[in-house]
Design a protein around this ligand. Structure first.
Ligand SMILES: [Cu+2]
Length: 184
């Protein structure tokens, strides 16, 4: 977006400068060409390209089924989060601690058991509503191993301000250990 906006700005300011430099001289290009080309055709081409790119990106953000994708159930309740990691045998469900592998896409199946909550890890992804009886998908990816703070972003009662959790992104070895049920 920045590169595109910069290129368009340069073009517009360049044309403006040209108009000042050639002030008083008769232009050879008709106004219709300017309006049709730069006023109609170019915006349509730019907007179509941007819409296409946005749709592609949107699909990538929500679509599960990418190979190597880890799927985790995230369930909100008053006032805790439960995470079911569908990996390994007998991997325990965790409370208020979401474990995932760093550098790999993870699809969360987000729901709630009582009222509407909202799953939010500001450094990893946008907010996603956690709704009773309905599963919302959210694709997240932690680029680096580490701990990321998360919180409920929908007022959900008197315990809302304490409705917090953390995301623990493991490196490869840590993720293998977690899947084996070894907690560090
Ligand atoms: Cu909540």
């Amino acid at each position: 977006m920045l590169a595109g906006a910069t290129a368009l700005s340069l073009l517009v300011f360049g044309l403006l400068l040209l108009a000042f430099l050639r002030r008083g001289r008769e232009g050879r290009t008709s106004p219709t060409v300017w309006i049709g080309g730069l006023g109609v055709a170019m915006p349509i081409a730019v907007l179509l390209a941007l819409v296409g790119y946005a749709l592609m990106l949107g699909e990538r953000i929500v679509a599960p089924g990418v190979s190597g994708t880890v799927v985790i159930d995230a369930t909100g309740r008053q006032w805790s989060w439960e995470f079911s990691h569908r990996v390994g045998d007998g991997t325990p469900a965790t409370h208020n601690e979401l474990h995932l592998p760093a550098g790999r896409p993870v699809v969360l199946r987000i729901a709630a058991v009582d009222v509407i909550h909202s799953f939010w890890v500001p450094r990893l992804a946008g907010k996603m509503d956690a709704i009773p009886g309905h599963v919302n998908l959210l694709r997240i990816e932690a680029a680096q191993p580490g701990i990321y703070e998360g919180q409920c972003a929908e007022f959900c009662g008197s315990g809302h301000s304490g409705h917090l959790f953390r995301v623990i992104a493991h490196d490869e070895a840590g993720w293998v250990a977690f899947q084996r049920g070894e907690r560090q």
